[in-house]
Ligand binder design. Structure first.
Ligand code: SF4
Ligand code: SF4
Length: 443
């Protein structure tokens, strides 16, 4: 019997991880140019603090948070600010970016002093460090970490969950991080637990990573962190699914993990927190999986933010044949990108290249009311009905039918026999509701 609960819905896609799971992380070469987007996180855009011609150091602040729900952005290397210009982001929209021309020295900024005595440092000081270092959710969501660590006073948090599931197919960056730096993740988890004031720390890892489970069971002895092996089931790493699997608590519709006393952070985020506190290192690099059948030498690289997709693919030896699709992230929740200039950001867990026979062709056929999408939806939604509402531009109805609970996991589209682009309908419905709300408020 599993030592965890099994959430409703979900699917079992081929995990497609064997191409890179045994590939130890390689350090990316220093590049002559980095194009660092300012908006790398969910929330308000940060404010530039440098200008063209400025000399900057590795880890130096380029942009300060533009509000509470925002994140600082730091330089990936030392050099000169060559330009401040608009670049294509992974969502297909232009975003402002700082172009840093490397001086080849990679000289570090030392503004953030290490905090070795973190166990005797006030939680608020540790939280401030997390914010100053620009730590965001490294699992792909890129939500500012310090915001999740700031529940309102009436919410009691008693459980910290560290997400080591990496349920997204094809990606192995978290797996490699867990194998290569387990102590860093555990230290980060303990720092996060101190900030939140919680005693219960659970680390969930899917069973397709038995080496990581074994390693963490050994490494966590005496640390207060409990490792739980989880069944391989997509989207096991969804916050609400993971909370249920590990605690049996159900986050209500429209609610947040803090509503059931939990905070979830990814293993990469925990490692980034440890680096920010113990080394004074801001987030300017991350592990990125570059994979897919057209890739000559698939693997994992420690890449600086601002590396172009073209440079990332070059690191992996280029391609053996032209891909028909390039995805930022994994095949289920990633986004197709339309330019090789799209930069690696804090939330870029992988670059996936696909051949023609691996790409889903949406036919957009009529809904035949088979109900498979309802069975597959882990959020208890009715994706078929929501998609028809979106097609008919009844976004008011889509909102009433809980479109905002959709986590865009793609399970519904994966099982739909009519090839309906269900996730695209969800995204459109949500975007239209937000746009209409803004228009009503005169924004
Ligand atoms: S409706 Fe949203 S949450 Fe439900 S399966 Fe589809 S993408 Fe996932
Ligand atoms: S799976 Fe596709 S065809 Fe079946 S009910 Fe859902 S949207 Fe309709």
């Amino acid at each position: 019997m599993p030592d965890h609960l099994i959430f409703r819905g979900g699917i079992h896609p081929d995990d497609y991880k064997s191409l890179t799971s045994a590939s130890a992380t390689r350090p990316a070469p220093l590049l002559p140019l980095y194009t660092v987007p300012l908006q790398q996180h969910i929330g308000a855009p940060p404010k530039l603090v440098v200008k063209k011609g400025d000399r900057v150091l590795r880890g130096q602040l380029l942009a300060a948070p533009g509000g509470f729900v925002s994140a600082a952005v730091h330089s990936p290397t030392s050099g000169t600010v060559k330009a401040i210009e608009a670049v294509m982001g992974p969502l297909g929209a232009l975003c402002q970016a700082v172009v840093v021309e490397s001086d080849g020295q990679d000289e570090a900024d030392t503004s953030l002093a290490p905090i070795p005595d973190w166990e005797n440092t006030a939680p608020d000081m540790l939280k401030k460090r997390v914010a100053d270092a620009g730590v965001v959710g490294m699992g792909g969501a890129a939500f500012p970490c310090h915001v999740k660590l700031s529940p309102p006073p009436h919410k009691t948090i008693d459980t910290l969950i560290i997400n080591g599931t990496e349920c997204e197919p094809a990606l192995t960056d978290d797996h490699r991080l867990m194998l290569e730096h387990p102590e860093r993740i555990i230290l980060g988890a303990r720092i996060l637990a101190r900030i939140l004031g919680v005693r219960e720390v659970l680390l969930g890892i899917e069973k397709n990573k038995p080496d990581a489970i074994k390693l963490f069971r050994k490494t966590t002895e005496g640390t207060g962190v409990r490792v739980v092996s989880l069944r391989v089931h997509y989207p096991q790493g969804g916050e609400k699914q993971l909370i249920y699997a590990l605690t049996g608590r159900k986050v209500p519709a429209g609610g947040l993990p803090m509503d059931v006393g939990a905070v979830v952070q990814n293993v990469g985020t925990a490692a980034a927190v440890a680096e920010a506190v113990l080394e004074g290192k801001p987030v300017y690099e991350r592990i990125v999986t570059v994979t897919g059948s057209p890739v000559a030498d698939p693997g994992n690289w420690l890449m600086r933010c601002g590396t172009s997709t073209a440079d990332a693919i070059r690191m992996a030896g280029g391609v053996t044949r032209d891909p028909v699709k390039i995805i930022s992230g994994g095949p289920m929740m990633g986004r197709s990108i339309y330019s090789l200039d799209v930069p690696i950001m804090k939330g870029t867990s992988g670059i996936l290249l696909l051949d023609a026979d691996e790409v889903v062709q949406y036919s957009g056929g009529a809904c035949i009311h088979c109900g498979r999408c309802v069975d597959a939806c882990p959020m208890n939604l009715a994706p078929g009905i929501l998609s028809v509402q979106a097609e008919n531009e009844r976004f008011d109805l889509a909102e009433q039918w809980y479109a905002f609970d959709c986590m865009e996991c793609g399970c519904c589209a994966y099982v739909c026999p009519s090839g309906r682009p269900l996730v695209q309908h969800m995204r459109r419905a949500k975007a239209e509701v937000v746009a209409r709300r803004r228009a009503a408020q005169g924004k």
